[in-house]
Design a protein around this ligand. Structure first.
Ligand code: PMP
Length: 406
């Protein structure tokens, strides 16, 4: 090999990869139980329904599956997605939607289009690490907003915004419904307050919502997008991202964005330079699946399945109460926990790996002010039996650290 000196762009001179993806190397170890990724479990995939949808999609329009498609996505799918949004309370039409290659792409496009390097962006503390990665690569100045068990602490946010020079923060990124990593769901009154703050301080909001359809207890709360019609000055401020990854299959890589026309148009141009279009084949499969009504039938079954898994994990963790405080979620895939025993989550993680268990230590979720005691446990992927065994391994990991429950 010639001795080539590679020069990298500033964002890639010393990039740090995703700490969660780093955990992949443990997952292939024999006997490992994972409470790490927010992955749907194998038994929740509707293989037969998707096989049929794939068969029909190809039989009906083989050339459309094989050919490039429009950058904004196939009209048949956008119609179906608008229907999904409507069922969840947001009155949206197909033209308001851009299909994206996972919601992760939607986030990346919005950041490119809306952000200038050096500009400040507010995120929840803790938040989704891949959002932090995307924001930092774009040169954003990331500021964190405090959260509690219900999500964004809106009184603290109001004080924080009031103390900053007007115009310094233009964007708020948040996961208000069953957040990653905390599982928190922002109550209605706080949602209205966030929207009012956006109007008062001239903020745009990126509402990331891959988990919202996975509610397993409590009453539905409308999205920020849906509520923006009710709060003066907030219409047009919410860019909403959603996905089929958590409710159907992440392998499809079908997500979508709802945004005002001026933002959408620019995201389309950004998308042209990224992938030209989201796989038309995958889009047709998704469109057939949604048109069959199978997702509407599956959603309550999925929610009940996640409820059972979540309850099983919470019940297993109960005897560890003196060691671990947990926040029970009303939906989504995650339980956020804190070690009480003065032990940090990375030490516990190392002991857990020795017991053949992985979870995600909380550090990568914190944009700043890391809480070393925190950890994220996902109940989504393991079976009930693996949840039981995994919780027992967690207890043994505490023991390895010299700590026993009292
Ligand atoms: N946002 C959040 C908060 C997530 O947790 C995830 C997936 N882990 C995504 C976005 C990206 O999901 P996808 O690209 O598969 O739609």
């Amino acid at each position: 090999m010639p001795d080539v000196h590679y020069r990298f762009s500033p964002a890639f001179q010393a990039p740090t990869g995703s700490a969660i993806r780093e955990l992949f190397k443990y997952l292939s170890l024999p006997g490992m139980i994972s409470f790490a990724g927010g992955y749907p479990p194998p038994e929740f995939f509707d293989r037969e329904g998707l096989r049929l949808a794939a068969e029909r999609a190809f039989a009906e329009a083989p050339l459309d599956c094989l050919q490039y498609g429009a950058t904004e996505g196939l009209p048949v799918l956008r119609e179906q997605l608008a229907g999904l949004m409507l069922r969840r309370g947001a009155s949206v039409c197909a033209d308001d939607i851009v299909v994206t290659t996972g919601s992760q792409q939607g986030l990346d496009l919005l950041i490119r289009v809306l952000l200038e390097p050096g500009q400040s962006v507010l995120v929840e503390r803790p938040t989704y690490p891949a959002a932090l990665q995307a924001l930092r690569m774009a040169g954003a100045q990331v500021l964190s907003a405090a959260t509690d068990a219900e999500g964004l602490d809106t009184d603290a946010l109001a004080a924080q915004l009031a103390a900053l020079p007007r115009g310094q923060v233009r964007l708020l990124y948040c996961v208000p419904t069953f957040a990653n990593p905390t599982g928190a769901c922002l109550p209605l009154a706080r949602r209205l307050q966030v929207l009012a703050l956006a109007a008062r301080h001239d903020l745009l909001i990126i509402e990331d919502d891959p988990y919202g359809a996975l509610r397993f207890s409590g009453a539905e709360v409308p999205s920020l997008l849906a509520l923006s019609r009710e709060v003066e000055g907030s219409v047009g401020r919410v860019m909403h991202l959603a996905s089929l990854s958590k409710v159907l299959a992440p392998g499809l890589r079908v997500g979508w964005m709802v945004a005002p026309a001026a933002v959408r148009q620019r995201c389309l141009i950004a998308k042209q330079t990224v992938d030209l279009c989201t796989s038309p084949w995958a889009q047709r499969i998704a469109a057939h699946y949604l048109a069959s009504g199978a997702l509407q039938q599956a959603l309550p079954v999925l929610a009940a399945g996640y409820r059972e898994k979540c309850q099983r994990m919470l019940a297993g963790l109960e005897p560890l109460e003196s060691l671990l405080s947990v926040s029970p979620p009303a939906g989504g895939m995650f339980i956020w926990a804190r070690c009480r025993a003065g032990i940090d989550a990375q030490t516990l993680f190392n002991a857990a790996v020795a017991e053949n268990l992985v979870f995600v230590p909380g550090a990568p979720f914190h944009p700043d002010q890391p809480d070393p005691s925190s950890l994220r446990l996902s109940f989504a992927a393991p079976s009930l039996e693996q949840i039981d065994r995994g919780v027992e391994r967690l207890r043994r990991a505490f023991e390895r650290c010299g700590i026993v429950p009292n």
